[in-house]
Design a protein. Structure first.
Length: 202
């Protein structure tokens, strides 16, 4: 009788977990929950923001995970928690979030919470930019154009700024004008070929 009872209790526990997951996924409108969390954060209502974003993030919403990671960067009203920021951003990347990859790249670029690692930062920026994420494309354009943190590469800079400009970004368009005056015809030809060959990854 004891063995049967244990089996029965295990089945009941499994059923309760399934019901809980179902109630979260069906009972909550995740996009609305995330948007409300972002609005609360922007309005300075941080307690509500973290509650809503954490709820959605724990339910598996990738957008919530990425935004929660960014929220842990901190603000003038509360201290950052880069350990939690990294945790949620890494989790969002496993769900293919270009936003998460970009912001984790910023942590490594700026050395927030740990030593700066520009190699990891570039890898994450490229992961994000390859999926068409505009801020990552502009960041790569800037890094390769300036050549301070990475070796200067005007061809790559032109490529990423061109792709950003195709998304109607005025800053990127202006940078292309500046770059074109610094590059040879051969370099411009190579850069334009890279732009034509680019296909956003899913």
């Amino acid at each position: 009788m004891e063995i049967v009872w244990e089996v029965l209790m295990k089945r009941i526990c499994v059923l309760l977990v399934c019901m809980l997951v179902a109630s979260i996924s069906v009972g909550e409108n995740m996009p609305e929950l995330v948007n409300n969390g972002i609005d609360a954060y922007q309005n300075g209502n941080y307690k509500v923001a973290f509650e809503l974003l954490t709820k959605a993030a724990k339910a598996g919403d990738v957008s919530a995970q990425a935004n929660l990671g960014v929220a842990y960067f901190g603000s003038k009203n509360f201290l950052p928690d880069f350990t939690k920021a990294k945790y949620w951003l890494e989790k969002s990347i496993r769900g293919n979030s270009p936003q998460g990859a970009f912001n984790l790249g910023l942590l490594y670029e700026q050395g927030k919470g740990e030593q700066s690692n520009i190699g990891k930062a570039i890898g994450l920026f490229e992961l994000s930019a390859d999926r068409g994420y505009l801020p990552a494309q502009k960041e790569l354009g800037m890094l390769y154009m300036q050549g301070t943190l990475v070796k200067q590469d005007l061809i790559k800079a032109y490529k990423w700024y061109s792709l950003a400009a195709l998304q109607n970004d005025n800053v990127a368009s202006n940078m292309l004008v500046v770059l074109s005056k610094q590059m040879t015809k051969e370099q411009l030809s190579q850069a334009n070929k890279l732009v034509q060959q680019f296909k956003p990854k899913k």
